[in-house]
Structure formats: structure tokens, C-alpha cells
Design a protein around this ligand. Structure first.
Ligand SMILES: NC(=O)c1ccc[n+]([C@@H]2O[C@H](COP(=O)([O-])OP(=O)(O)OC[C@H]3O[C@@H](n4cnc5c(N)ncnc54)[C@H](OP(=O)(O)O)[C@@H]3O)[C@@H](O)[C@H]2O)c1
Length: 252
């Protein structure tokens, strides 16, 4: 069971960073994967890059925050696979500002993509997940869900909400054969954090605070996502795996 052979998986936001690493990990473990993003060019590049996986990789332009796009993803999976074994709600954004500097539109955008969309995607795909018989949803949250780490309040709020969404759906959908878990990364090398990671003034205290004395690589998040997506984690639901190099248990 340390594989994903014969499993059908969807990864939202799969062209970069943690999502892309999850797509690669899933393919290596034997799954057939559909990934999404808002950018056709990036999808084409990735399908080309992974052409050795041939008919086991599919990309679709779809914005998780757009109703018609979610329907498009549902239709693809229903027609192509007839069921869904694994859903990774990974797509996320951030706009980092002081609370008073957000426009209402900026605040709503962060909440829409990071919190509302995983709920809507999960609901839209519920019947296909139920058909799996042993489906898994993995939500990508953040250390920011549990403590202030300077990301801006809307992002932290959206990820905290995503953790409760994880727990509530885990309880409600257990009877449908669907497990729901989350992974919470600390700073991870991806395009989202590229600018930040090069600011030594900001990074030095972060590394100092982290017992493992480094930020994470995207593939280190992908392996946790894969474990939660496997039948090997069959007794875990409603949980959040914090992958933070020990940051949150370091009081000094
Ligand atoms: N990197 C970190 O340090 C870190 C730490 C904690 C949590 N996280 C979380 O991990 C997840 C992935 O982060 P990352 O660092 O890998 O981000 P990233 O490098 O910016 O990649 C984000 C991916 O999501 C896609 N995306 C963004 N908005 C989307 C939308 N509305 N619909 C569909 N796809 C969308 C992007 O493609 P397009 O822009 O082309 O759509 C891209 O493929 C996020 O939920 C983030 O909050 C990251």
C-alpha cells in the first residue's frame, strides 16, 4: 500500500511549488493525475515536461474560485474517470499588508481562493469522491493558521478556517468513505515565497526560530500529502500535520 497505483487524483494549483511537487510525487507513486491552474502556458509546459507519463497526466485551465471552472473540472473527471480517489486543495494565494491597508476586494479575494474555493471544490466533487469507496481530501493550510507569522491577517484567517473545514467535513463525510486531512507547511521554497526568501533581514530570525535551521523544500510537503492520500494512513481523518522544522514547539 506504499503506492498510489490505480488511483485517480486531482491537484489544484499544480503547475508550481508544492502543487507541482505533489503532482510529481503522485505520478512516481503510480497515480493518474489531473492538475489545474489559471495559466494555459504553464499547463502546456508541464505536460510537455512530464510526457514520459503519457496518458497518466492531464492539465486543465480552471480557476478554483470560478463556478463554471469547477463544473468543467467535475465534467472532466466524471467523463474520464467516473470517480475521484484523491483531491488535493492546494491552490492558494497571499496579499501581504497591514490589516487597515487591504481593500475589501483584496480581502475577499484571499478568502475566496484560500477558504471558500476548497469548500466549493470539495462539495462539487463529493459524489465522485463517494464513488471511490476510500477517498481522501488533503487541504494545504499553513503555519499561519495557528500563530501569527507575519503573513497578513486575511491569509491567516483563511488558513485557520480551512483547518476547521477539514475537521468538520472529516466528521460529516466519514460515512461516505471520505477522509479529510490537512498539511500545514512553514516557509517552503516555491515561487510564492521566492521574493521573501531572498530578504535576509526577514529570513534570519525565521531560520533562527526553526530548530532544523532551514526552510522546507516543496518535495518535503509532497511526501506528507502523498502519505495522507494513501490507504496507509487509513485511520487518520480530521487531522493537521504541521511540517515546520520544529518552529512551533520552540519556545526560545
Ligand atoms: N510556500 C510556502 O512557504 C507555503 C507555506 C505555507 C502554506 N503554503 C500553501 O501551499 C499552497 C501552495 O503554495 P506555493 O508556495 O506552492 O504557491 P505557488 O508557488 O504560488 O503556486 C501556486 C499554484 O496555485 C495556482 N493557483 C493560484 N491561484 C489559483 C486559482 N485561483 N485557481 C487555480 N490555481 C491557482 C498557481 O498557478 P496560477 O497562478 O497560474 O493559477 C500555482 O500553480 C498554498 O495554498 C499556500 O498558501 C505555502
Amino acid at each position: 500500500m506504499w503506492n498510489l497505483n490505480n488511483k485517480y487524483a486531482l491537484v489544484t494549483g499544480g503547475t508550481k511549488g508544492i502543487g507541482k511537487a505533489a503532482v510529481l510525487e503522485f505520478l512516481e507513486l503510480g497515480a493518474e493525475v489531473l492538475f489545474t491552474s489559471r495559466t494555459q502556458k504553464d499547463i502546456d509546459l508541464m505536460v510537455e515536461e512530464l510526457k514520459q507519463y503519457d496518458n497518466k497526466i492531464h492539465g486543465l485551465v480552471a480557476d478554483v474560485a470560478v463556478t463554471n471552472d469547477r463544473q468543467k473540472v467535475h465534467n472532466f473527471i466524471e467523463k474520464q474517470w467516473g470517480k475521484l480517489d484523491i483531491l488535493v486543495n492546494n491552490a492558494g494565494i497571499n496579499i501581504r499588508k497591514k490589516a487597515n491597508d487591504y481593500s475589501e476586494e483584496e480581502f475577499r479575494k484571499v478568502m475566496e481562493i484560500n477558504l471558500n474555493a476548497p469548500f466549493e471544490v470539495s462539495r462539487k466533487l463529493h459524489s465522485l469522491l463517494q464513488k471511490s469507496g476510500s477517498a481522501k481530501i488533503v487541504n494545504v493550510a499553513s503555519s499561519a493558521a495557528m500563530q501569527d507569522v507575519g503573513t497578513g491577517t486575511p491569509y491567516a484567517m483563511s488558513k485557520a478556517g480551512l483547518l476547521q473545514q477539514t475537521r468538520s467535513l472529516a466528521v460529516e463525510w466519514a460515512a461516505d468513505g471520505i477522509r479529510v486531512n490537512a498539511v500545514s507547511p512553514w516557509f517552503t521554497v516555491t515561487p510564492l515565497t521566492k521574493g521573501l526568501l531572498s530578504e535576509s533581514e526577514r529570513m534570519d530570525p525565521i531560520i533562527k526560530r526553526t530548530p532544523l535551521k532551514r526552510v522546507a523544500e516543496a518535495r518535503e510537503m509532497a511526501s506528507i500529502i502523498a502519505f495522507l492520500a494513501m490507504d496507509k494512513s487509513s485511520y487518520i481523518t480530521g487531522q493537521n500535520i504541521v511540517a515546520d522544522g520544529g518552529m512551533s514547539i520552540n519556545a526560545i
